[in-house]
Design a binder for this molecule. Structure first.
Ligand SMILES: Nc1ncnc2c1ncn2[C@@H]1O[C@H](COP(=O)(O)OP(=O)(O)OP(=O)(O)O)[C@@H](O)[C@H]1O
Length: 243
């Protein structure tokens, strides 16, 4: 399912957090939302999944305007802070979330085994989450997000605080999920992760400063590093402020 974001703006009290953002993500691609801390990535994801309403503009997923309750079962969401139950085991967490998705029991048990194997946690399925490392929690959160086989997966800073080896493994899992036909939107401020994605949306101060294929974006730089595009955006905005 394509995602079409048209002229979306969002304000929290005094602050305009998202400013007239327009872009479209084709089905089956990995698109990263790239931007410094506080630029508006999480807010944009919350708008796209329908958790908060836009002040202006529209968001459509597969032609259906968001928010829409029926879309929830087609969407997977991995929040920035793990939303897991510490006093439950890994498999009990998955059983709980499967219940929320109204998954049929036999199908759920089969899928729990599948997702635990995918994120390499099968041998830890009985362990309480409070005894998990940060990386294990991230992988279990990913398992929760893909449990109901969503068509679109939103991942908010899924590799934050993860060491490079595990980060590599997690990205391999994202590529496998994409190859199975899922559209993935992933936010990050790790600039190197852009090369893992098909498209990148560069968010700066709530505005979309660039949106293109990663190949095209990197061609716009002089040394092949996407940071350059942020440097020019920040010097432009500072120039504007001093005028
Ligand atoms: N519910 C809220 N109420 C008021 N301000 C908010 C709220 N949510 C976010 N903000 C503000 O909106 C701005 C963008 O926040 P957001 O979390 O979307 O950025 P981000 O790019 O995801 O940052 P990070 O990479 O640090 O997670 C920040 O200035 C933040 O303080």
């Amino acid at each position: 399912m394509d995602i079409v974001v048209s002229h979306v703006s969002k304000r929290f009290v005094q602050k305009q957090v998202i400013k007239d953002v327009t872009f479209a993500i084709p089905a089956g691609e990995i698109c990263c939302l790239l931007g410094p801390s506080g630029s508006g990535k999480t807010t944009l994801i919350r708008l796209m999944i329908g958790a908060i309403p836009a002040d202006q503009g529209t968001i459509e997923i597969g032609g259906v305007q968001i928010p829409n309750m029926n879309m929830l079962e087609k969407i997977g969401f991995m929040p920035q802070n793990d939303a897991l139950y510490d006093d439950l085991s890994a498999e009990a967490n998955l059983r709980f979330f499967g219940g929320l998705y109204h998954m049929e029991k036999v199908k759920l048990e089969k899928r729990i085994n599948e997702v635990l194997a995918m994120v390499d946690l099968k041998e830890h399925e009985k362990k309480l989450v409070k005894n998990f490392s940060g990386g294990m929690k991230k992988r279990l959160s990913l398992a929760v997000a893909i449990l109901h086989s969503p068509e679109i997966l939103f991942l908010d800073e899924p590799t934050a605080g993860i060491d490079p080896v595990l980060r590599r493994k997690i990205w391999e899992q994202f590529q496998d999920i994409k190859n199975a036909g899922t559209t993935i939107i992933v936010s990050t401020h790790v600039m190197d992760e852009v090369t893992e994605c098909d498209k990148a949306a560069l968010i700066y101060n709530g505005s979309l400063i660039e949106y293109d294929s990663v190949t095209n974006l990197l061609q716009k730089t002089q040394n092949g590093r996407v940071e350059e595009l942020f440097f020019s955006a920040s010097s432009n905005s500072m120039g504007g402020a001093s005028q």
